[in-house]
Design a protein. Structure first.
Length: 73
């Protein structure tokens, strides 16, 4: 598990995973139903990318997202 604190960190991880799978941005975008421009913006850490599309991209790459929710008081 990796703790991240910025869109830039998430984008770097997504790029690394995509490249490890020998997938280009065009292919990754097609698999995730996202355009090439979105993939580029996402991997470069643009903070205003759409959350739903970012989650689709991560899912297409096999990256699971978990929320560490604090316990209720």
């Amino acid at each position: 598990m990796i703790q991240v604190t910025s869109a830039k960190e998430i984008g770097k991880i997504a790029r690394k995973v995509r490249k490890s799978q020998k997938m280009d941005q065009q292919t990754a975008g097609s698999v995730a139903n996202c355009g090439l421009t979105f993939v580029s913006h996402f991997e470069n850490g643009k903070p205003t990318v759409q959350l739903e599309k970012a989650l689709q991209m991560l899912d297409a790459l096999g990256v699971r997202v978990y929320l560490d929710v604090p316990p209720e008081n």
